[in-house]
Design a protein around this ligand. Structure first.
Ligand SMILES: Cc1cc2nc3c(=O)[nH]c(=O)nc-3n(C[C@H](O)[C@H](O)[C@H](O)COP(=O)(O)O)c2cc1C
Length: 379
């Protein structure tokens, strides 16, 4: 049991937050004394309802959170597209044929066949319009707030003001991921309660400033608002470092991909276990915004001289998800990737979520104790 403002705020034993797309991981982390946060982005509202109901039943009354992605800048926002029904067609119409041709070339170079007609179901989700447009994101927040969540987090921008107010009225805390000091200050002004300072080494969308520099700058800029350190944290020593930089807790993502509860596929699991820090790349090939992920034939192709260049969010993700459905059907290893941070070098064995938490806490305590004794000897 550790005690600080964040632990008290949520009634958790350890200030360790776990971002995950997998409900089993979210529930297991919360049951182990941390805080599981389910990424809602990839779910339809109906599916999110099912996932959250499952978590409610498996979390033993412990607190958990939900994460949405609310980009301040995206093509649909810039073009004022709000009509969910026509959204996917309107967005697809914006993709130049040159880009579809290039996707076709990448796939045929790797022997990936087209999708059989009967498998193209034409739903907005399968077509790659996830919950990160305004039209598809807001219903996810409605579902999340209808469950007994303790935290609503958002990436790429704060949740809409109205959602923040609604969360607060229900006693739900609001957190936002940021990669720059100015974004942290902006989000606090919008009413965000907790800032997640996420450095360059992180998996998923990242900025350009490393955690070592970003965390203390953000802590100083938003004090007394609590900050969670994120990006490159997967062990007790890394947690101690984040806390030494002024964070009140840690927000982790990559490390959960190689847990036994995670729904990571066998092929991706093998790739992650075998990868080192230099096997990741910060690339726009996945979503149109820079996101750290495994380097693959797909990320390389978009960097190649003949590449027409990536498209802005969410158009690039539409290309990506169409391609990855085909890639998954034939289990093509070279093109299969995964967002993951530089911490992947440490992810070399499969553990339970509980073991990850307990080993992290044990090493944290040992580290802090050792550092305390160093000070005592020096003084
Ligand atoms: C597979 C994966 C998917 C992610 N997707 C999201 C997301 O949808 N929303 C979000 O807020 N953060 C997302 N992130 C970022 C995490 O929330 C977290 O900030 C990041 O993983 C922390 O750095 P680490 O990977 O070094 O632990 C994702 C990270 C990974 C590894």
């Amino acid at each position: 049991m550790m005690r600080n403002e964040i632990c008290e705020m949520f009634g958790i034993e350890f200030p360790i937050f776990a971002f995950t797309h997998c409900r089993d991981v979210a529930a297991a982390v919360s049951r182990a004394g941390g805080m599981g946060v389910l990424g809602a982005l990839a779910f339809s509202p109906e599916q999110l309802e099912i996932e959250l109901k499952w978590i409610d039943e498996h979390v033993d009354g412990r607190p958990y959170g939900v994460d949405v992605v609310m980009p301040v800048k995206s093509v649909d926002r810039d073009a004022g597209l709000h009509d969910e029904k026509n959204l996917s067609k309107q967005l697809r119409d914006m993709i130049p044929s040159e880009h579809w041709d290039y996707v076709e070339k990448i796939l045929s170079d790797h022997g990936v066949p087209p999708l059989p007609e009967e498998e193209s179901d034409g739903s907005p989700l399968s077509e790659g319009v996830l919950g990160w447009t305004e039209a598809t994101g807001s219903p996810l927040i409605d579902i999340a707030l209808a469950h007994p969540i303790s935290l609503l987090a958002s990436a790429l921008g704060p949740p809409p003001k109205e959602a923040i107010d609604r969360a607060h009225a229900q006693g739900v805390k609001v957190a936002a991921l940021i990669g720059r000091v100015e974004q942290a200050v902006r989000d606090v002004q919008q009413g965000v309660d907790i800032i997640i300072a996420q450095g360059y080494e992180a998996g998923g969308h990242t900025g350009e400033v490393a955690s070592m520099v970003l965390i203390p700058d953000v802590v100083d800029a938003v004090a007394p608002v609590p900050v969670l350190g994120a990006g490159g944290i997967g062990s007790g020593r890394q947690m101690a470092a984040a806390m030494a930089l002024g964070a009140q807790g840690v927000w982790t993502g990559s490390i959960w991909l190689t847990t036994s509860e995670s729904n990571t596929s066998d092929m991706v699991m093998d790739k992650l276990i075998g990868a080192t820090s230099t096997d990741t790349v910060r690339s726009r090939a996945l979503t149109g915004k820079p996101a750290r992920q495994l380097r693959t034939a797909w990320t390389e192709a978009w960097e190649a001289p003949e590449s027409p260049g990536t498209l802005p969010m969410p158009l690039q993700f539409i290309l990506n998800s169409q391609a990855m459905r085909r890639v998954a059907r034939v289990n093509n290893k070279e093109l299969t990737g995964m967002p993951v941070g530089q911490i992947v070098s440490r992810m070399n064995r499969v553990r339970t979520c509980k073991d990850v938490i307990f080993e992290m806490v044990e090493e944290y305590i040992e580290t802090v104790t050792n550092m305390g004794s160093v000070t005592a000897e020096v003084s």
